[in-house]
Design a protein around this ligand. Sequence first.
Ligand code: DGL
Length: 277
Amino acid sequence: MEHTIQDRYAPIGVFDSGVGGLTVAREIMRQIPNEHIVYFGDTARVPYGSKSKETVTKYSEQIVRFLQTQHVKAIVVACNTASACALDTIEKDVDIPIIGVVKPGAKAAVSATHNGKIGVIGTSATIDSHIYSDYIKELNSSAKVLGKACPLFVPLVEEGLWEDPVTDEIATRYLSELIDVGIDTLILGCTHYPLIRKAIARIVGDGVALVNPAYETALELRELLGEHNLLNDRKPELGENRYQFFVSDAAEKFKTFANSIIKYGILTAKTIQIEEY
Ligand code: DGL
């Protein structure tokens, strides 16, 4: 697709099943601060991690159609589950750059590992898809990848138990088999996990490098926009609001959570009827 100069000032569409993708939006805000963002969190239909590929794909397609009404110049599938289940389908539907969080996370893990033993934690849908393992093996066929679904981490994060003995206890149970096989790299393959990074680091110890796909995705997005001549070169003006937030339910609750992890002050979150798209 040919891009006009104006396109570079258009926003980036970022979506997730709910609040977790804000960890990805936050990295984009940090790494490419000139960019405008339209964020959609599917708070009415979260969680995606326990749903089928078909359902997650249908939801993701609706969200992409909504984001296109906002004239976004690129789309970031911030949700690991949607990246695992739906990206292959939705990238066929759009003619703008689109990236998920899985490939950048897999790439970073392959660069980080020394012993070739990589652990991946995520939702059941992400782990069952084996997508991280497939990408890693494409890059390093001798790598050993061990996946572990950690479904209780999402509610623990959303309850605010980031630094709590309960979280440490659950993390110990989930992560011990990964520690036992001697992984030296662990992919935080779910949007929520960077928020309990400290607890995870405590359990796995210093010898294990933690890979945050949110950070890697922001860097890859910057590169991708550059390749397409779509990087916004206009510095934000003082007080300018570059970020818009949309949800499918419970906007106030979303706002409270969002303001606890993003320091830019989320003024409004608008509720839309996502099924209509
Ligand atoms: N955002 C999801 C992910 O990264 C976690 C929450 C959910 O299950 O929807 O996989």
